[in-house]
Design a protein around this ligand. Structure first.
Ligand SMILES: O=P(O)(O)OC[C@@]1(O)O[C@H](CO)[C@@H](O)[C@@H]1O
Length: 387
């Protein structure tokens, strides 16, 4: 399948490939995990079992007639109904899986389980750890450093926070923190040159141990007038296991304000910034769409156009920013992001096959050392900017 920006759209039908493993292994593991995390009743358990069978062995079916977003998903996916989940675009199949999982647990239907995030126990467990305590305590020392040092450290905290992704940890052996970590592209200075006192959009990825450093970065940029206001984009409903919603922002702020020292100071400043409008949270429906950002609606485009810089966090946002396609890794980052309405930066750890913007020698060194494993192992990261 060749598209507008070149490169083949990623499907999941090659056994042993990364996308195949997500559908064949990660999704079933996630269903079992969610099933065990709540005392769901027989109907929900049956629905989860049916989703497990359908998504691995069956064909894609439309949403039920009563689903409020049925027409929307019909428009996005009519061409895929009746086909195996493995034979349609990977991005579409994953997004629809999360939509169907919420359907199975009754997230949207009026009733006692409406609005209960099936991933919340895992998100909360993550910020309630000794590691999280240590990370927050380290802010006291950081606050004594020069502002530039703080900024660089907080940018890296936000970047590597992306490794703490719950979906990632469902796959055995991946995400080993002892593995050498490195940046395969580093436009950090260009990114910093874009903080000129105007507006920042930060498109969040995961809750918990990624969202907290994202918020700390926003606090730093506001405090030091590096940006005048910030818009934090989150998901309107639970998605890709750990993706941040407004409820997760509140949990993260409460975690910060309940801490001590510099962490608590940041938490209180962020709280005030939300109340006075310097920090706003947006939960646009397109944030859970199975589509690349190239297809974004006009109101979202205007949001990004008004920002001095938009920071896209994480792997999924990267796939949506540059398109979920296999292109030469040396394709300049500016090519697939040319459509974006303003300066845009990606802060991402590498957790899927998609990659652009590498220098030829960087790619050659990675392949020589690891074959293609560097693409999905989560041990490498990048900061890429299109000013
Ligand atoms: O966006 P994130 O949290 O950095 O990563 C999302 C992710 O874990 O989910 C997909 C597999 O389920 C992959 O594309 C990617 O590795």
């Amino acid at each position: 399948m060749l598209g507008r920006y070149g490169g083949r759209v990623i499907l999941s039908n090659e056994p042993g490939s990364f996308p195949w493993s997500v559908l064949a292994e990660r999704h079933p593991a996630l269903i079992r995990k969610v099933r065990d995390a709540f005392p769901y009743g027989p109907d929900q358990r049956r629905a989860l079992d049916a989703l497990l069978k359908n998504s691995t062995e069956g064909v894609i079916e439309p949403l039920g007639a009563r689903a409020a977003d049925r027409a929307q998903w019909d428009a996005w996916g009519r061409a895929y109904f009746g086909r195996s989940w493995f034979d349609v675009p990977f991005l579409w199949a994953e997004s629809y899986f999360y939509r169907q999982l919420l359907e199975a647990v009754g997230y949207f239907a009026p009733g006692p389980w409406q609005g209960i995030d099936p991933f919340r126990p895992f998100k909360l467990a993550e910020i309630d750890t000794a590691e999280a305590d240590e990370e927050l305590a380290a802010l006291d020392e950081l606050a004594r450093q020069p502002v530039e040092v703080q900024e660089e450290a907080l940018l890296h905290g936000s970047l590597w926070g992306n490794r703490a992704d719950l979906g990632f940890r469902l796959s055995a052996g991946e995400g080993d923190a002892s593995v050498d970590s490195q940046l395969v592209a580093n436009d950090v200075e260009m990114l910093r040159s874009l903080f000129t006192g105007g507006a920042l959009c930060l498109v969040a990825d995961n809750a918990g141990r990624e969202l907290i450093p994202d918020l700390l970065l926003i606090d730093h940029l506001l405090l030091h007038h590096r940006v005048g206001r910030a818009v934090l984009h989150v998901k309107p409903y639970p998605y890709y296991i750990s993706d941040a919603t407004t409820a997760d922002v509140i949990d993260a702020l409460r975690r910060l304000t309940a801490a001590k020292g510099a962490a608590a100071d940041s938490g209180h400043r962020l709280w005030s910034a939300m109340t006075d409008g310097r920090l706003t949270v947006r939960a646009h429906s397109f944030s859970c769409a199975p589509l690349p950002y190239a297809d974004m609606p006009d109101d979202l485009r205007q949001d990004f156009a008004a920002a001095d810089v938009t920071i896209m966090k994480g792997d999924l946002n990267y796939r949506r920013l540059v398109g979920d396609r296999l292109r030469p890794a040396t394709t300049p980052f500016a090519v697939p992001t040319a459509y974006f309405p303003g300066p845009v930066a990606a802060l991402r750890t590498l957790k899927s096959d998609v990659i652009v913007g590498l220098e030829a020698r960087t790619e050659a060194a990675l392949v020589a050392a690891e074959d293609q494993r560097w693409r999905t192992s989560g041990t490498h990261a990048l900061i890429q900017v299109r000013p």
